[in-house]
Design a protein around this ligand. Sequence first.
Ligand SMILES: NC(=O)c1ccc[n+]([C@@H]2O[C@H](COP(=O)([O-])OP(=O)(O)OC[C@H]3O[C@@H](n4cnc5c(N)ncnc54)[C@H](OP(=O)(O)O)[C@@H]3O)[C@@H](O)[C@H]2O)c1
Length: 351
Amino acid sequence: MGKLSLWSFFSEQGRYLPLPRESVDGKTVVIAGANVGLGLEASAHIANKGPSLLIATCRDAVKCDQTLEITRVLLVLRERYTGTQPASLDSWPLELSSFDNVRSFVDRFDAEGPERLNILVANAGTFRPVYTRTQDDWEVMLQVNYLSIALLSILLLPHLLRSATCDDPSRLVLVSSLGHYLVEPVLTGSRNWDHVLGAISAEKFGVSGASRYNLSKMLQVAFVRELAARLPSPTPLVITAVDPGLCHSSLQRELEKYCLLRMILAFVKWLLCARTSEMGSRNLVYAALATNAQDLHGKYMSSCEVVEECDYLLSAEGKAFSERLWWETIEMLSKVDDRVSRIVSTYLPAR
Ligand SMILES: NC(=O)c1ccc[n+]([C@@H]2O[C@H](COP(=O)([O-])OP(=O)(O)OC[C@H]3O[C@@H](n4cnc5c(N)ncnc54)[C@H](OP(=O)(O)O)[C@@H]3O)[C@@H](O)[C@H]2O)c1
């Protein structure tokens, strides 16, 4: 069953993870949230595998420039021992707390990008301990970690599907978290909510920042399951949710502003055998490249293996929740951008 156990957690955390041997020769790859942490490490790994174009996204132009420099340095260092050709690298701004910004990114891809997009790694994510709303009036983790990632994925779906085949499918990887196993208690009574997204975005939902973060990650897993179920089998687009494990990164930067909390977090991460960002990023690279693609479709992965998602999502109640969430998400995002409803009716027939 899909449960989090201490034994499996510790045995996985210490595991050495493989880097897939597959190349991305001639492919276009987009990695969202690539200036630091797992996204930066995944970008360097994938850039090293010879894509025709890698677009590493960051929140603003300054971070884009810095990321290009750092990725090139990492690439040069790694190239010394792999001997591959340098990839064509670019970095475009993408700010997920604004739907307009997501739309602009896709407009730019339509106008300037290649026709095909082979791999999208939706890695960007945020953790905010204090309740905050975006300019679009959604709770910030709900929008950044779920709604904008869903919008980006759907708007780029035609590019991902164009020219992909079941033998050489495109990949969509959403970076979720093992925290998604912990959300069931906060969804008690959700059957009676008038509107799921509205209910969990509201301040009066009254749960901690950590619970909101975990919930946003669970919504990603539900989205992956729903989206995957609407594509044919075998599929030309393989969609996977990935847990990178507990890793050292700047994800907890809001807490680490405080000296005492920084020390406590450092101790907890040491105690829990946190992975380096580089080791954690291998999960993303594996999901994006591994050859057994069809086996990964609609699945949740941890330590480069398919594992069961939380019990709640596998239950009848969780399945009903996921389907409701899907339609609410599509309805809401269709108001943000009318391409969403067209893409859904063209490419994703109702089950
Ligand atoms: N580290 C872990 O233990 C762990 C465990 C499970 C899952 N994850 C997930 O792994 C992914 C990568 O996290 P990380 O650990 O590498 O953390 P990180 O070092 O903080 O990196 C997060 C990335 O997301 C970007 N981002 C944050 N808010 C954004 C926004 N509003 N719009 C666009 N981009 C935004 C960040 O950009 P800025 O630097 O400009 O803010 C950064 O590039 C996240 O989805 C996270 O939830 C991490």
